[in-house]
Design a protein around this ligand. Structure first.
Ligand code: AMP
Ligand code: MN
Ligand code: MN
Ligand code: MN
Length: 278
């Protein structure tokens, strides 16, 4: 079986339109699918009634930004009620936060001699949910840096001048909203936060206490040992497992849409629960 519960469309920082992304999933033979844009449901809502949505078993999805201690954390929400008022008001709040954050990022860039970034990034983002990749793209287009990686390495990445995380809601708040909306709250890419083993466990304990139900044990290109470690961690915490490509665009070193799960030995997965309830 092929599934994918972590993908991005042009409604946030992905390159493909929601409909193009669905087509990729159809072509890859995906049977259970989610579009998990950063802090917006716009892409999902645009295509939820389309024939391709049915073919790929599209469930509502989102990737919500939040904070825990000093880290920015991402929680994937799956199979919630997309019209739940808690969810609607959370993505509205996060959209406001992103606009406010964009202004702060631009002010900070101006402070290091890079003016006009807000106008630039907003033009790149157009109607998409604005984020650091739009700043990075503008910096590339404006010749400030030679590529996206350099933009993150020098200005936008973790701990750099344009890394603004003060405004995100708490991990508990976003987890509770997903659960209150009837969905599964999945801790996205647990190994990308660069937490120590002790801190990771503390973070996941708080996540479980807030109602978190799943752990993403496979995210994009990843070595088998990491998946095994995360499967063990999930089972020790009583969490279900989820997987996703985290597809944004075609990259030679990136993962394509669709994850073949039959050979991965994953019991207690989020999609098995849905199959059983059908
Ligand atoms: P934001 O959600 O606005 O904080 O932006 C974070 C997004 O930037 C992530 O979801 C990735 O898609 C992207 N990103 C993070 N680091 C890099 C990097 N080094 N190069 C390119 N894109 C990155
Ligand atoms: Mn992204
Ligand atoms: Mn993420
Ligand atoms: Mn993602």
């Amino acid at each position: 079986m092929i599934v994918d519960f972590h993908t991005h469309s042009s409604a946030s920082d992905g390159a493909l339109s929601p409909e193009q992304l669905l087509k990729r999933a159809v072509d890859a033979g995906v049977q259970h699918f989610a579009i998990t844009d950063h802090d917006t449901l716009a892409g999902y809502l645009q295509v939820r009634e389309s024939p391709s949505a049915k073919r790929v078993g599209l469930v509502p999805g989102v990737e919500l930004s939040c904070r825990w201690a000093k880290s920015t954390i991402h929680i994937v929400g799956l199979n919630f009620d997309p019209d739940a008022p808690e969810m609607t008001s959370m993505v509205e709040q996060l959209s406001r936060v992103r606009r406010k954050r964009a202004k702060t990022i631009a002010d900070r860039l101006a402070g290091v001699g890079i003016p006009n970034a807000l106008e630039g990034a907003m033009a790149v983002a157009a109607s998409s949910q604005i984020g650091r990749p739009h700043f990075a793209q503008w910096m590339v287009d404006a010749g400030v840096v030679t590529g996206m990686n350099q933009a993150f390495d020098r200005y936008l990445g973790n701990g750099k001048v344009g890394d603004v995380k003060a405004y995100w809601p708490s991990l508990a708040d976003v987890t509770e909203v997903i659960v209150a909306s009837g969905g599964e709250a999945i801790m996205a890419h647990p190994l990308k936060y660069r937490l120590t083993g002790v801190k990771l466990r503390a973070m996941l304990t708080d996540f479980v206490a807030s109602g978190g139900t799943g752990l993403e044990v496979l995210n994009g290109r990843q070595i088998d040992a990491d998946r095994r470690r995360l499967v063990t961690l999930a089972s020790s915490l009583g969490l279900k497992v989820s997987v996703g490509s985290d597809f944004h665009k075609d990259l030679t070193y990136g993962a394509p849409v669709g994850v073949a799960v039959d050979s991965l030995n994953l019991d207690n997965s989020v999609w098995q629960t849905w199959l059983a309830s059908k």
